[in-house]
Write a protein that binds this ligand. Structure first.
Ligand SMILES: Nc1ncnc2c1ncn2[C@@H]1O[C@H](COP(=O)(O)OP(=O)(O)O)[C@@H](O)[C@H]1O
Ligand SMILES: NC(=O)OP(=O)(O)O
Length: 312
């Protein structure tokens, strides 16, 4: 059977619990379309807005003396449960609706192993939570010591360290579940970042890993045939948002490298997607690596939309 890893962007989830419950239905239909095409499916969702929301809720509750402090890895663990629960239920319902009754959907709590020496710990870049005006961001920075940066023209957001994913702690269990015909939701929010201790055990660290890069790592570890990054746009563009915007349907690794150098892809948004899509194809020449919109995933797999990255 063919195996696919899908990285799910924030637009597939919405901003509130009710919105998420509604949006995951659309995502579930897309996942079931892929199951029907004969793929074993692994879904890796983002958590930027959600992990920020959970962390902020605890911060406010703690300030008011109502709840204990809650650290970032624990907040990512909570986001995996919260998002995984909605996705798992929606995909199961869509499978049943399509008379596919032999496939179990499971959310796997996933820890992503990172390097404690990763320079990202000294340079927070990963946007989480909601958007603020410049004035609000300056006030929050002064009050909390947290860092806020402008996020791709959409407003200011808190940024936290985002180390590179080195491996996945549950990689063997992940393969076992896929081999057992489960649709697996794994690496949610980029995985809970953990580092290895001298005694061989692991503990969580304050960071949020990029879910596109974590999804690519999962794709490598499960030897996926296809890696699809779903987001809000149909294609990756040059001169994005400008009058001379040019949408790309296929690019080679060399072209992609050149476009990255020329700064066509925004750091907090499209750049990690392009880098993840490039990495997959660097490791698997004959694989499919595509960035496309959620609604058009089947078309993108057959080459009719999306931006496909090829070796040459
Ligand atoms: N060169 C580009 N081509 C296409 N989209 C781009 C480009 N640069 C930035 N973007 C923006 O990046 C967004 C995808 O990033 P983001 O919203 O952070 O991802 P996610 O879907 O994972 O939440 C697109 O919807 C688009 O608004
Ligand atoms: N963890 C992560 O990359 O989340 P987003 O995709 O929501 O930013």
């Amino acid at each position: 059977m063919k195996r696919i890893v899908i990285a799910l962007g924030g637009n597939a989830l919405g901003n509130t619990s009710d919105e998420q419950l509604e949006r995951v239905r659309i995502t579930a239909e897309a996942v079931v379309d892929i199951v029907k095409e004969g793929y074993e499916v692994i879904v890796c969702h983002g958590n930027g807005p959600q992990v920020g929301m959970i962390n902020l809720a605890f911060e406010k509750g703690h300030e008011a003396g109502l709840v204990p402090e809650m650290h970032l890895p624990e907040c990512t663990a909570m986001s995996q449960g919260y998002i995984g629960y909605h996705l798992q239920q929606a995909i199961d319902q869509a499978l049943v609706k399509n008379s596919i009754n032999d496939t179990v959907v499971i959310t796997m709590l996933t820890q992503v192993i990172v390097d404690p020496q990763d320079p990202a710990f000294q340079n927070p870049t990963k946007p989480i939570g909601g958007y603020y005006s410049e004035e609000e961001a300056n006030r929050l920075m002064a009050e909390t010591g947290q860092k806020y940066v402008e996020d791709s023209g959409r407003g200011y957001r808190r940024v936290v360290p985002s180390p590179q994913p080195v491996s996945i702690y549950e990689r063997i269990s992940l393969n076992t579940l896929i081999n057992a015909n489960h649709v697996v939701i794994a690496g949610g929010g980029g995985g809970i970042p953990v580092v290895k201790e001298a005694d061989g055990s692991y503990h969580g660290v304050a960071a949020v890993v990029d879910k596109d890069l974590a999804a690519e790592k999962i794709a490598e570890l499960v030897d996926a045939d296809a890696f699809v990054i779903l987001t809000a746009v149909d294609r990756v563009s040059l001169h994005f948002g400008k009058p001379d915007q040019k949408d790309l349907d296929q690019i080679t690794l060399k072209e992609a490298e050149q476009y990255v150098k020329e700064g066509h892809f925004a750091a907090g948004s499209m750049l990690p997607k392009v880098k993840a899509a490039m990495k997959f194809i660097e490791n698997k020449e004959e694989g499919i690596s595509v960035i496309c919109s959620l609604e058009k995933v089947s078309e993108a797999l057959s080459g009719n939309t999306g931006t496909r990255i090829i070796r040459k």
